[in-house]
Design a protein around this ligand. Structure first.
Ligand code: ADP
Ligand code: G6P
Length: 483
């Protein structure tokens, strides 16, 4: 029977070691949360890294975690300390991540990191090759595994390979900075189907293939010497009904059923009827524009003193890649800015920013989406941004406003949000004022349109379209080969 396997650096569950005890916790990030929703539909395994270093585990712990992961249909690829250092923290997060998000000044080009990237990609390819049948499908995800398509295609050409990039694909002028640009492009071109979140990323990719490899491109087909490769935009959606229904459930709860978290939020809102809550949720990442956002909030309080005491920013930042220097520097900058702004505008009764540096359980996220009047999402660069879509899905009162960066892939679909340039603090401050004073009927009109769209193209539709295109590419390829 034909199977569809998933391959990504991070599994949907990460292993946490509490003293000697092993625990599986849900992984954070768009890839893990999105794919976890659809994974159950596929016959096949999910192959990936469980998030701990092999050298720090005892044999018993390894056996235990492998067994726990097996129950979740996950196959672990274990990485050593040296591999996480050079492949994950190094090439993935000090080279590709900053470069593809246009942080060219942060990108490091280190030969040892590259070597490790090649070796670890080989390790993932071998893990996949050991379980996939000749006619199976494999769906490879994200920037950690750009070489794997070619590695699999060379060994098992009959396998249909899909690749989806969850981050932006940069313009040619940026991509060409990469010393290993040819290897990366050739690695990707081992896939039969390549998907991006937006048409712009697809266009940048085509431009790089044309200019660096010289392949001919017709519409969205790359005419490689041995086969046709299909490239398309698949804007990733969310599990709309899950967020919407969880939020509706909150509407119907009796006083006794409410969680402490909800009660505390409600008490806080009740203290002052014209109080407004603004929500900001991200991984702590320099691409998310958190310092600019904080400065914009300070500008807002400075420019519109009448809103002091009345507007609170709830800022959630989940720890991410904290071994990498630029992430440590960011954390320090954010801590200082929050302290400064709270010191400047706060008093005994008013804390302008509530700042949480931790992951939150799903239920609390929904409670926050449900309670907050405005979502302030201003990444400097973001492949998609699922938080924006989750906020839309959780607005059961059909009100609420989103302030969204033009630089997020989601801005292409969420035209009814207040779109801002994330580098323009004054524009964001003005957008905050516009959002909190927007008439209810305008909020509803915008929100209804947003909800219709996000509901229609949810994560299940997204996955189904990607998988259908994997079927389609097989037909296109056989026509191409008989020409
Ligand atoms: P990225 O993939 O870059 O992290 P996205 O916005 O696309 O950005 O996806 C982030 C995902 O992680 C969302 O599904 C969101 O619900 C989840 N998430 C973000 N912050 C937190 C947090 N503090 N606690 C729990 N989950 C979070
Ligand atoms: C982004 C990437 C994912 C990654 C996630 C969390 O969403 O596109 O591939 O899993 O961030 O980052 P981490 O480094 O913790 O896996």
């Amino acid at each position: 029977m034909t199977k569809l396997h998933i391959l990504s650096n991070r599994l949907p569950f990460s292993v946490k070691k509490n003293d000697e005890k092993i625990e599986l916790i849900p992984s954070v990030g768009g890839l893990a949360t999105g794919m976890k929703s659809v994974y159950g539909q596929f016959e096949g395994s999910w192959i990936g890294w469980p998030g701990v270093e092999l050298d720090t585990c005892t044999t018993e712990q390894l056996l235990e975690m492998n067994a726990m992961l097996k129950e979740e249909k996950c196959i672990p690829v274990h990485l050593t300390h040296n591999e996480t250092l050079h492949y994950y923290e190094g090439f993935c997060n000090k080279t590709i991540w900053p470069l593809f998000h246009y942080f060219t000044q942060y990108a490091e080009y280190d030969a040892a990191d590259w070597e490790s990237y090649v070796n670890v990609n080989r390790k993932f390819a071998d893990a996949a090759l050991s379980i996939i049948g000749d006619d199976d499908y494999i769906w490879i995800h994200d920037y950690h595994l750009l070489l794997v398509p070619q590695m699999i295609k060379e060994t098992k050409p009959s396998v249909t390979i899909g690749f989806f990039l969850h981050i932006p694909f940069p313009s040619f002028e940026v991509f060409r900075l990469l010393p290993w640009r040819m290897e990366i492009l050739n690695g990707l071109l081992g896939a039969d189907l390549i998907g991006f979140h937006t048409f712009d990323y697809e266009r940048h990719f085509f431009s790089c293939v044309r200019r660096l490899i010289g392949y001919d491109i017709t519409l969205n087909h790359i005419n490689a010497p041995d086969r046709l490769i299909l490239v398309d935009a698949f804007p990733m959606g969310i599990d709309y009904m899950k967020f919407h229904e969880s939020s509706r459930h909150l509407d119907k709860q009796s006083e006794n059923e409410k969680s402490d978290f909800t009660k505390q939020l409600e008490d806080f809102i009740l203290q002052s009827p014209d109080r407004k809550l603004i929500l900001s949720i991200d991984r702590m990442d320099y691409t998310k524009g958190i310092p600019h956002r904080l400065k914009a909030f300070a500008n807002f309080l400075q420019n519109y003193p009448e809103y002091r005491q009345k507007v609170t920013l709830i800022m959630l930042a989940v720890p991410s890649r904290d071994e990498v220097e630029h992430y440590q520097l960011l954390k320090k900058e954010v801590d200082e800015l929050v302290g400064k702004i709270n010191g400047m505008f706060g008093d005994i009764n008013y804390t302008p920013i509530w700042y949480f540096y931790r992951s939150m359980p799903y239920q609390n996220l929904v409670e926050l989406y449900h309670a907050c009047d405005v979502a302030l999402i201003t990444p400097v660069r973001d492949g998609m941004n699922l938080v924006a879509k989750e906020y839309v899905a959780a607005r059961t009162g059909i009100d609420g406003c989103i302030i969204l960066s033009e630089m997020a892939g989601a801005a292409k679909e969420l035209g009814e949000a207040i779109l801002v340039n994330p580098n323009n603090d004054n524009e964001i401050a003005e957008a905050i004022r516009q959002a909190i004073s927007m008439p209810a009927d305008e909020q509803q009109e915008r929100m209804e349109r947003l909800q219709d769209r996000i509901k229609r193209y949810d994560v299940f539709k997204w996955a189904a379209e990607f998988v259908n295109s994997m079927h389609k590419v097989q037909h296109l390829q056989s026509e191409y080969n008989t020409r």
